[in-house]
Design a protein around this ligand. Structure first.
Ligand code: ZN
Length: 260
């Protein structure tokens, strides 16, 4: 599904069983615990929910053009990292809702800060590798972007920002890449250089739209830099980057030739 589809549950395997047990009220068979702290009977307790709820902050990235950076909802590390790991690798897809609400705060803050943007926005999720999609049952970041749009809708309309953004899964890998998590900053750039491209025949989705790149975690910025390169080389105008969780540190990669 390429555009604006309703968020779907991507659970498969053990995660699907866990969700089915919850839906049927069979908590004794598969007890529900907070993904952050293990508190019983809730998928995400109030305290852990606050970790990913915002408020949004702006993280400048060294080497990026002046004024450029990433809008995030939570600093990466501690409970936030544990939650993201549970969501991505342990089938806790029931966190997509709270994560979407957090990402929505970053999205709205990014829009508020972008007074120059007059057009409607297209959110472009950083694509998962085919291996990650198989392992997780779908592209989690795309689902997260759709949930964020839904959560941001009231604030978006109240702010007079025009139609809520669309979500376009138009980026794809054009070659196999290694898992970024195991690589250094320099190796990440090399791993991803030229790895992303706009899907053939879908450049029309970029016409007259300002693009905002969306990812779940932004660390060195190498992935979003490659996404920006792929989009701008296809004629898109990239106006912002939003992540659910952003590493707070002073390093990044240069995107000055890509971000307009
Ligand atoms: Zn908790």
């Amino acid at each position: 599904m390429l555009f604006d589809a309703e968020a779907e549950s991507f659970a498969s395997g053990p995660a699907a069983w866990r969700q089915a047990c919850r839906r049927l009220g069979l908590g004794l068979i598969w007890p529900v615990v907070c993904a952050g702290c293990g508190a019983p009977d809730v998928p995400l307790c109030v305290l852990c929910r606050r970790v990913v709820a915002g408020p949004a902050f702006f993280q400048p990235m060294v080497g990026w053009p002046p004024g450029w950076g990433v809008w995030g909802a939570t600093a990466y590390g501690g409970t936030a990292a544990k939650l993201v790991l549970s969501w991505k690798e342990r089938g806790r897809h029931d966190l997509t809702g709270p994560f979407g609400a957090g990402l929505a705060s970053a999205l709205v803050a990014c829009r508020e800060a972008d007074s120059a943007s007059a057009g409607s926005w297209q959110l472009v999720p950083v694509p998962s590798t085919s291996g990650a999609r198989r392992r997780r049952g779908g592209d989690l970041v795309a689902g997260l972007a759709r949930r964020a749009v839904r959560s941001a809708r009231p604030a978006w309309l109240a702010g007079g920002y025009g139609p809520p953004p669309g979500v376009a899964e138009i980026l794809t890998h054009r070659r196999v890449v290694r898992d970024q998590g195991e690589l250094s900053s320099r190796a990440r750039r090399k791993n991803l250089a030229g790895a992303l491209a706009v899907r053939p025949g879908l450049r029309f989705a970029l016409l007259q739209r300002d693009c905002v790149i969306v990812d779940d975690v932004v660390t060195t910025g190498a992935t979003v830099a490659e996404a920006a390169r792929a989009l701008t080389s296809a004629g898109a105008r990239v106006v912002g980057v939003c992540g659910l969780s952003v590493t707070l540190r002073r390093q990044g990669v240069s995107t000055s030739e890509y971000l307009l």
